[in-house]
Ligand binder design. Structure first.
Ligand code: C5P
Length: 227
């Protein structure tokens, strides 16, 4: 039996990029190391939660005490998220590709003299929005991320409303920030209580420290809601 502030809670976390095939040897992806999502999974497990981590392709070891399910594409990720429900808390840290190739080839596309192959893109499902709007199985607390290179709070606020989640962890990922692939992160936590949105800006921390602080905030919120 687990002990700790999140004992008895089921948490689902997505992390890493998704890979969308162009053909058997090529893909489209986002830049994402998976470090922040993996750190949150490790912190949540340490806090006693029952953690399922649904991860795109990353170069990281499985966190201790966490059930890890590896996927490639956005559609695979959504299917595994759906299969993991119901959970108490869901945290969507993955950098999901917005589009996939509609006409992905079953064979390697060859170079030809007649020019470059046209790639037709179609929109991927939005996993965070889908789960936030779930009728039966919506988790008690749904947390999304907003990685932006400009107008951070403004973009994060509209994302919070549009996607229907409860919190957004907003971080500046402009190249100058060094967040991408790095070990540190500066985040702002946007929380929504009906129409009111509050912003809590945290100082620069390591990704592990951000994970511990986020898990502590979740534990105190869930504890209050259940008491
Ligand atoms: O890509 P975007 O800025 O919209 O991502 C914001 C949040 O939505 C993140 O939490 C991300 O994991 C989630 N997301 C998702 N499925 C998508 C796109 C984004 O779950 N297709």
């Amino acid at each position: 039996p687990h002990t700790g502030p999140l004992a008895g809670k089921k948490i689902l976390i997505t992390a890493g990029p998704t890979h969308e095939p162009i053909d058997p040897v090529r893909y489209i992806a986002n830049r994402s190391s998976g470090k922040q999502g993996y750190a949150i999974a490790a912190s949540a497990a340490e806090a006693g939660a029952d953690v399922t981590l649904i991860s795109g392709p990353v170069d990281l070891d499985d966190p201790v005490g966490v059930r890890v399910i590896r996927v490639e594409s956005a559609r695979d990720m959504l299917a595994q998220v759906d299969a993991a429900l119901p959970v108490d808390i869901a945290i969507f840290a993955a950098a999901v590709a917005d589009w996939r190739v509609a006409n992905a080839g079953e064979q390697k596309i060859k170079k030809t003299a007649s020019g470059m192959p046209p790639l037709q893109l179609v929109e991927n499902p939005d996993i965070l929005a889908t789960i936030s709007k779930h009728q039966q199985n919506r988790p008690q607390l749904v947390i999304g991320f907003a990685a932006e290179t400009q107008n951070l709070i403004e973009n994060a606020t509209s994302k919070l409303k549009r996607k229907g989640c409860d919190w957004i962890v907003a971080n500046d990922v402009s190249p100058a920030s060094g967040v991408m692939g790095g070990d540190r992160n500066t985040v702002h936590i946007l929380t929504r209580d009906k129409a009111d949105i509050a912003v809590d800006s945290w100082p620069v921390m390591t990704k592990e420290e951000v994970a511990d602080a986020l898990v502590a905030k979740i534990a105190s919120t869930i504890g209050q809601q259940n008491s």
